[in-house]
Design a protein. Structure first.
Ligand code: FAD
Ligand code: NAG
Ligand code: NAG
Ligand code: NAG
Ligand code: NAG
Ligand code: NAG
Ligand code: NAG
Ligand code: NAG
Ligand code: NAG
Length: 537
């Protein structure tokens, strides 16, 4: 425990500034007990809150905590654990937790799917409580109006499954990995194979329910358009606890076509990746072609070491239409009929998630996933990277520490160009050719190894600088990267400090987010290492 959380937030800050004040064990216990009493006595309670409260004494505390940890790098045993985890089964439990955390000077971390790259939904350096939405995950699909109400604790796999269960001609445009939670994903943007046709998950939101800093339960109408705007790309965790989203479903044909073709450097890989940059963002918006880049045989000295570019595609139609389209726009890739597989949209969800087609669709309801140790980063590219730039990039893949390095190039254009930058906080629209996702995972659990891989990623990021967006160099908030900057959990963050991550993530929308934040949460209760700061006072 680093601080005396019996102090009011203001005094708490002063004590942080002057020196750390170390509480006695007795203070911590009293604090804790009083918080738990507050929860159970809270007037909003439906009466059942004790069954959703886990203290460190509960035998299932660790398993509840670990269940939605996705990045083992940030959940090491030496990292702080929450004092309490609440898994609300009713909105009133969220209201009580927000109210009691606030009155007891405890920070709240909100977790839906737990996929935050830096673990900000489950780790904090000050005494904290996790609101884990795992029990609030109902999904109501309305096929008459082609909409759905989705509770924030649902995963995108559950969303896809529930939509497909009701209709074969509607879909929802969001990410690839089925265990990603909609609480974080939709509030930070959320993109996948339908992005060029329909935009982001956040672009489909037409209503939302949220518990604000005063414990009030709001919908679009009562929260107002500013707050409703902010949570569709600005990250929910700076503004309140999102309880549910209402979204539009989008049309898809009964048959879609997928293909994956791998090309090594000996198979003209460099030329194909180079050409792709000017093809994929411009091609018919029914066609999405992304590239996964990996090293193959990187440690072999026998000359078989190479880079593999895996062109992975979804076409909203049949093979007969896809082939002429590829022949016309990208003949060099050499797509043949036997590369193409026709299937339903929901089957394509399994395909892109790397799940065998033989598995039952119910696998999409499985929330169990293994935590891996990883570091991610992102970039946006506005001008094609020259072949020499790509060749330099390949060299990075061969460095020792890069065996599990993977880059994903995801094309923009299409519908993304039609949505103006300010319509949602997510600013990366027209003018972007593609997004780069950098990911590296490793097996060693010690801090020194982690640091080596992280340093490798920083050098790679440095190498890419001349080839990517500038002033600001843009980044995707859902690929959270604390290297951009952090406010160290501070109550007050200067604009200059916060702009180090605020401008890359939100560009010109950052100022409006600061205004919304200042008006809905003026005491900065909902905060984390990269939350939206308050206006200068
Ligand atoms: C394996 C993997 C694959 C991914 N694939 C894609 C992809 O294809 N496309 C894509 O766009 N992104 C992808 N992402 C990134 C993903 O969109 C983000 O990590 C997203 O924020 C995860 O949401 P979550 O609810 O699972 O995460 P959490 O860790 O639970 O939350 C992430 C952030 O949102 C906040 N938050 C969560 N729930 C709420 C809520 N109910 N109210 C308010 N704030 C909330 C958290 O406090 C935290 O700050 C992927 C991530 C991983 C790990
Ligand atoms: C956790 O333990 C407390 C008592 O220590 C109990 O009141 C509470 O119901 C337990 N929570 C769960 C979810 O079992
Ligand atoms: C946890 O258990 C210890 C003793 O095992 C007890 O002193 C403490 O009060 C308990 N805390 C809670 C929150 O139940
Ligand atoms: C469709 O929307 C209308 C208008 O909002 C509503 O009255 C109707 O109940 C909805 N249909 C279903 C099946 O919920
Ligand atoms: C939360 O606490 C505030 C202030 O104590 C109170 O006005 C409000 O009614 C509480 N909210 C709920 C939902 O109980
Ligand atoms: C492409 O390469 C990946 C490994 O990088 C492999 O899993 C996949 O089966 C290959 N696909 C085809 C169509 O060869
Ligand atoms: C590489 O490209 C050249 C020129 O376009 C072509 O002649 C050759 O067949 C291609 N090689 C492979 C393996 O596709
Ligand atoms: C990797 O090396 C093995 C063994 O030499 C070889 O069979 C394989 O084709 C190589 N992979 C690639 C993509 O060249
Ligand atoms: C869910 O997924 C996990 C991890 O992949 C797996 O171990 C488990 O068997 C799956 N459970 C079911 C019911 O399929």
């Amino acid at each position: 425990m680093k601080s005396n959380h019996l102090l009011t937030p203001h005094l708490f800050l002063v004590s942080l500034l002057l020196s750390f004040s170390w509480p006695t064990l007795g203070d911590t216990h009293r604090q804790h007990d009083s918080f738990l009493q507050c929860l159970s006595r809270h007037p909003s309670n439906a009466g059942s809150i004790s069954s959703v409260i886990y203290t460190q004494n509960n035998s299932s505390f660790s398993s509840v905590f670990e269940f939605s940890v996705r990045n083992a790098r940030v959940s090491t045993p030496t990292n702080p654990r929450p004092l309490v985890i609440v898994t609300p089964s009713h909105v009133s439990h969220i209201q009580a937790t927000v109210n009691c955390s606030r009155s007891h000077g405890l920070q709240v971390r909100i977790r839906s799917g737990g996929h935050d790259y830096e673990g900000l939904s489950y780790v904090s350096q000050v005494p904290f409580v996790i609101i884990d939405l795992i029990n609030l995950r109902s999904i109501d699909v309305d096929t008459e109006n082609n909409t759905a109400w989705i509770q924030a604790g649902a995963t995108i796999g559950e969303v896809y499954y529930r939509v497909a269960e009701k209709t074969a001609t509607r879909a929802f445009p969001a990410g690839i990995c089925p265990t990603v939670g909609v609480g974080g994903h939709f509030s930070g943007g959320g993109y996948g194979m339908l992005m060029r046709k329909y935009g982001l998950a956040a672009d489909q939101i037409i209503d939302a329910e949220l518990v604000d800093v005063n414990g009030k339960f709001l919908d679009r109408n009562s929260m107002g358009e500013d707050l409703f705007w902010a949570i569709r790309g600005g990250g929910g965790a700076s503004f309140g606890v999102v309880v549910a989203w209402k979204v539009k479903l989008v049309p898809v044909p009964l048959t879609v076509t997928v293909f994956t073709v791998n090309r090594t450097l000996a198979e003209n890989g460099t030329m194909l990746v180079h050409k792709w940059q000017s093809v994929a963002p411009k091609i018919n918006e029914d066609l999405y072609i992304r590239i996964f880049l990996r090293a193959v045989n990187s440690s072999r000295q026998d000359g078989t070491r190479t880079i593999q570019a895996s062109f992975t595609s979804l076409y909203l139609g049949g093979t007969d239409e896809l082939l002429p389209l590829m022949q016309e726009s990208f003949p060099e890739l050499g797509i043949a009929r036997q590369d193409c597989i026709e299937m339903s949209w929901i089957q394509s969800i399994l395909y892109f998630a790397g799940i065998p087609q033989s598995e039952p669709l119910e696998i999409l309801l499985n929330r169990t996933a293994t935590a891996i140790i990883f570091k991610g980063k992102s970039d946006y590219v506005t001008k094609p990277i020259p072949e020499t730039g790509l060749e330099g990039l390949w060299q990075r893949f061969y460095e020792d520490k890069s065996k599990s390095l993977e880059l994903i190039f995801s094309p923009y254009g299409g519908n993304m160009d039609d949505i103006r930058e300010w319509e949602t906080p997510y600013p990366h629209r027209a003018g972007n050719l593609f997004n780069i996702h950098y990911g590296i995972a490793w097996g060693e659990e010690d801090v020194a190894s982690s640091q080596r891989y992280i340093n490798f990623m920083r050098r790679l990021y440095g190498y890419m600088e001349p080839y990517v967006s500038k002033s600001p160099r843009r980044a995707y908030m859902n690929y959270r990267d604390l290297d951009l900057g952090t406010n160290n959990n501070g109550v007050y963050t200067s604009y200059k400090q916060a702009s180090r991550w605020g401008l890359p993530y939100f560009n010109n929308n950052f100022n409006r987010l600061i205004h919304v934040k200042s008006s809905v949460d003026p005491d900065n209760f909902f905060r984390h290492e990269q939350s939206i700061p308050l206006l200068r006072r």
